[in-house]
Design a protein around this ligand. Structure first.
Ligand code: DOR
Ligand code: ZN
Ligand code: ZN
Length: 428
């Protein structure tokens, strides 16, 4: 295996340093390192981060290969600076058995672009009635640690309690899509001023918050780990802050789109803005940013949700929910968190690599940029400015809310165990 010298990068946004990669490993970090026998990547002015880790990606394979495959989704992940993604279980068939999670795991390894850690379903068929084979998925070659019925809420309190009890045995975590189903029947967007004016069915904040309140209490009662997917309201932030103040083992994520966009955009009736949970208000956006900055929200997760154009280019009511996010996530975080002064680059490394790897108990990722560590790295040019052009996406889907919008920053290189998956801004 060859040597690569990354010269003069600002490691985690700090002092300019050289990083020598030898084979799959970081061999040295320092100044004035010898370039002998090494391919040189000139990185002056660029930020070097640990490879990003996504706790929440929809890769769609098996079953919806018209929207995404493990190969196209991991290529999109590499372009976005990710070296590991957690693949959600709402596939066809559902990832509720050892066989399906092993298949997804193997497809990820074969792709070579990004490690894929399958998420197992909590209940059989995501139907919320009967616990899936959590132990068998954990014991399988995929080594599943994160379980989620994402797309659907585990709304039965007894099933949720049993799931929390079960995963405790092997330090697993249940990741809840918090949506009280009765309170969101027929809902089309956030419930508030805009939904009232547009006459669209509203999705109240309390539908999310009531489930979070119940589940943090259940997690405390059982003494198990709970993770809450895509927080979207200021009230949810308060509940998580309270649960953490009690010392309960509760973590939470926020998506890039909930850090930037509001329900005012629904006035366009463009289904590209239709997403679950819905875009909320500016007050919610600001509360989410502050919570990510102060650590109440542990991490950013993309909820990359690819859909083919026929499922999105239709009237609002009929459109599928979700947005692609892998290829724009870091730019949106730079805009909303770094350029607002809320988070520095070390903070970005924490919220997009270190913490998600810890929550997922993922080995080999979210490690410090230091000698002896696996060379999973992302190099970012923060000075870049460019309009988002979905025609150039590596993802098979194009349903981005940022088409034509100028966003800051660009991933120039991604390294997965020492191999460049992205080189000079292009897939390698
Ligand atoms: O917008 C969403 N899309 N939210 C979800 O919870 C599921 C996801 C999907 O699978 O498309
Ligand atoms: Zn969800
Ligand atoms: Zn999701």
């Amino acid at each position: 295996m060859s040597k690569i010298l990354i010269r003069g990068a600002q490691v985690l946004g700090g002092e300019s340093q050289d990083v020598l990669i030898d084979g799959e490993t970081i061999a040295a970090v320092g100044t004035g390192l010898s370039a002998e026998g090494a391919q040189v990547v000139e990185a002056a002015g660029q930020i070097l981060l640990p490879g990003l880790v996504d706790l929440h990606t929809h890769l769609r394979e098996p079953g919806r290969e018209d929207s995404e495959t493990v190969l196209t989704g991991t290529r999109a992940a590499a372009v976005g600076g990710f070296t590991a993604v957690h693949a959600m279980a709402n596939t066809f068939p559902v990832a509720d058995t050892a066989g399906v999670v092993e298949q997804v795991y193997r497809l990820g390894r074969e792709s070579g672009y990004c490690d894929v850690q399958p998420v197992g379903a909590v209940t059989v068929g995501l139907e919320g009635k009967q616990l899936a084979e959590l132990g068998a998925m954990h014991d399988s070659a995929a080594g599943v640690k994160v379980f989620s019925d994402d797309g659907k809420c585990v709304d039965d309190a007894v099933i949720m309690r049993r799931a929390l009890e079960y995963v405790k045995a092997f330090d697993g975590v249940v990741a809840q899509h918090a949506q009280e189903p009765r309170l969101t029947e027929g809902a089309q967007m956030n419930e508030g001023v805009v939904s009232a004016e547009l006459g669209l069915g509203g999705w109240p904040a309390v539908a999310e918050e009531s489930i979070i309140a119940r589940d943090v209490l259940l997690a405390a009662h059982v003494g198990s780990r709970l993770h809450i997917c895509h927080l979207s309201t200021a009230g949810s932030v308060e509940l998580v802050r309270w649960a953490k103040s009690k010392g309960w083992d509760v973590t939470a994520e926020v998506t890039p789109h909930h850090l930037l966009l509001t329900d005012e955009l629904v006035r366009t009736y463009d289904p590209v803005y239709k997403v679950n949970p819905p875009l909320r208000t500016q007050a919610d956006v600001l509360a989410l940013r502050e919570a990510l900055a102060d650590g109440t929200i542990d991490c950013v997760a993309t909820d990359h949700a690819p859909h083919p154009h026929e499922d999105k280019d239709c009237e609002w009511g009929a459109a599928a929910m979700g947005m692609v996010g892998l290829e724009t996530a870091l730019s949106v975080v730079q805009e909303t968190m770094v350029e607002t002064g809320l988070l520095d680059w070390a903070g970005v490394a924490d919220r997009m690599s270190f913490r998600p790897a810890v929550i997922g108990r993922l080995a080999g990722h979210g490690r410090p940029v230091a000698a002896g560590e696996p060379a999973n790295l992302t190099l970012v040019d923060p000075a870049y400015r460019g309009a988002v052009d979905p025609a150039g996406f590596a993802s098979r889907s194009r349903n981005t809310p940022y088409r034509g919008r100028e966003l800051p920053g660009r991933v120039t290189h991604t390294f997965l165990r020492g191999r460049a998956t992205v080189l000079d801004g292009k897939l390698a």
